[in-house]
Design a protein around this ligand. Structure first.
Ligand code: ATP
Length: 370
């Protein structure tokens, strides 16, 4: 397995559209990295450049320290799994696993060894003589992954491969991919636009928008301390509630106010806004639904919002309350019981709020970092 280095990689398609811009990333040997972002953000284009299927317009791609920009795809020793992969229906499981190795003219003993090892890894040892039709869907998917394992690629690229499967199977295949990384030491890049999948995978995540990296880190870090409004909104369901608020001053401290919002910040948070010149300016306030709680009797007035419930979704352990906040729909995930039309007060967990610059959209401060 190998390390991968992308240095200022850019892709402009012949029509002039810049799909990937100044993409700079180091991926370690045996690392499992997830690329995520909305449809059209350039995820597939980056993978195709790594695989050599699309030319790099500028910048450099290194595998194990060697420049591969001009290397043919077949010489890069990279495996890529797209959405519409298939097994050969008239070949046995063994033949399906061995096929690619036979094309590479590997010695028969080596092929047998690799196939048997892969079959054992995926629990397919007793099924090598079967046709694909005689397998469950999960076993067929394992054969597909096995075909990659036998090749021993330097890097394994996976692009939306399991998006057509039902959730149970997707989960199972995600588990297998993680195991391939953990137990076989495969270097893997996994592409998904499903933010729930990103949070479930728990590996290093690269959030991408408009062909540019927005943030790199563990999913929990991106979720808890998003670098900008895009990452804040992309990760997490329901989405982070957001509103433009005026940062001001009162006798109790720094305030954030807007229609329906009148919060006084804890001193440490207020100080950051003050010291960075935000008093008197508009900033973006972000509050995740689970940072809005049932108001306790002793809760401070200036750390609460009053809302009128528009709709309610029962969750068993609590409920989602949806309400209007200055023309935008907000959601609270809380054990506060309320019905549509009810007016309730919710306390805001100030340790969980996020404040962003309105113009640059970059984070100014997170309540959980102080
Ligand atoms: P998805 O998740 O929908 O597959 P993606 O994030 O993988 O999207 P890409 O397929 O890499 O995005 O496409 C990035 C952008 O480049 C899109 O706006 C797309 O329309 C554009 N694009 C892709 N291929 C070409 C091409 N051959 N010529 C011009 N523009 C292209």
């Amino acid at each position: 397995m190998s390390s991968l280095s992308l240095k200022h990689v850019t892709k402009a398609y012949p029509n002039g559209f810049a799909a990937v811009r100044d993409f700079d990333l180091e991926i370690d040997n045996q690392e499992f990295v997830v690329f995520t972002g909305p449809s059209g953000c350039g995820k597939s284009t980056i993978l195709r450049m790594i695989a050599g299927l699309v030319d790099v317009t500028s910048g450099e791609i290194f595998i194990d320290g060697s420049l591969v920009n001009d290397l043919e795809p077949g010489d890069r020793e990279i495996a890529m799994l797209f959405q519409n992969y298939m097994l050969y229906p008239h070949m046995s499981v063994y033949e399906n696993l061995a096929f690619g190795l036979k094309l590479k003219r590997l010695p028969e003993e080596e092929i047998t060894l690799r196939v048997r090892e892969a079959a054992e890894f995926f629990g397919l040892s007793g099924m090598l003589d079967r046709d694909p039709q005689e397998l469950t869907e999960g076993q067929r998917q394992s054969v597909v992954l096995g075909r990659t394992v036998v090749r021993k690629p330097r890097v394994f690229l996976i692009d939306g491969a399991f998006s057509g499967l039902e959730e149970g199977l997707r989960k199972q295949m995600r588990g297998e991919i993680s195991r391939m990384n953990r137990e076989l030491g495969m270097t893997i890049i996994y592409v998904t636009d499903d933010q729930a999948e990103v949070l479930a995978l728990g590996t290093r995540t690269v959030a991408i928008k408009d062909g540019m990296i927005q943030q790199v880190g563990f999913p929990k870090n991106l979720y808890n301390q998003p670098d900008n409004v895009f990452v804040a909104g992309f990760l997490g369901f329901p989405q982070m509630n957001r509103a433009e608020v005026a940062a001001g001053n009162s006798k109790d401290g720094v305030t954030l106010t807007a229609n329906g919002i009148n919060l006084t910040l804890p001193d440490a948070l207020g100080k950051v806004l003050e010291e960075n010149g935000y008093l008197g300016k508009t900033v973006v306030l972000g509050i995740r639904p689970d940072a809005l709680h049932k108001a306790q009797a002793k809760a401070s007035e200036n750390q609460m919002i009053q809302i009128e419930v528009r709709t309610r979704e029962e969750l068993g352990t609590g409920n989602f309350l949806h309400f209007d906040m200055g023309g935008t729909e907000w959601t609270a995930c809380t054990d506060q019981q309320a019905d549509p039309g009810d007016t309730v007060r919710l306390s805001v967990d100030m340790n969980q709020i996020h404040i962003f610059d309105k113009e640059t959209r970059q984070a100014i401060v997170h309540g959980n970092q102080l």
